[in-house]
Design a protein around this ligand. Structure first.
Ligand code: MN
Length: 132
């Protein structure tokens, strides 16, 4: 596979999650099902396997409200949280301006790499390109 002894990006994401008690998960504005699904799925995965406090933020989307409604998070919480941004290629589309206040940010996305806005990034697109 693509891992030849170096720390994989998946391990880096796990190691980053382990260092934080509060995790806020964002996605792009006007969410479609892949934005909502990646945000909510990752949140649930962390909640099910850890004791960490996980929030999902952004505008509520009426057509997807049967899946979930978003959490209210105060600005202070952002300052000592890890913010993970799902399915969002560039910073202008992140549905939460306060993401920039986070102690650390991690982008998880499948779009072409056009904006390297986070402290770390898992580009599923790059991994797919590498496997071709
Ligand atoms: Mn999307």
């Amino acid at each position: 596979m693509y891992n030849r002894g170096e720390v994989t990006v998946q391990e880096k994401l796990l190691e980053t999650i382990e260092r934080f008690d509060k995790i806020i998960i964002c996605r792009h504005v006007r969410p479609d099902p892949d934005a909502f699904g990646s945000q909510l799925g990752l949140a649930e995965l962390i909640r099910e396997n850890t004791t960490k406090t996980v929030y999902t933020v952004g505008e509520d989307e009426r057509s997807l409200s049967f899946l979930a409604t978003m959490d209210e998070v105060d600005t202070g919480t952002f300052k000592d949280a890890l913010v993970i941004i799902c399915d969002t290629a560039n910073r202008g589309r992140i549905d939460e301006e306060r993401y920039a206040l986070a102690k650390e940010t991690f982008k998880v996305d499948h779009h072409p790499e056009i904006d390297d806005y986070a402290d770390a990034s898992w580009s599923i697109r790059a991994i797919v390109q590498r496997l071709k």
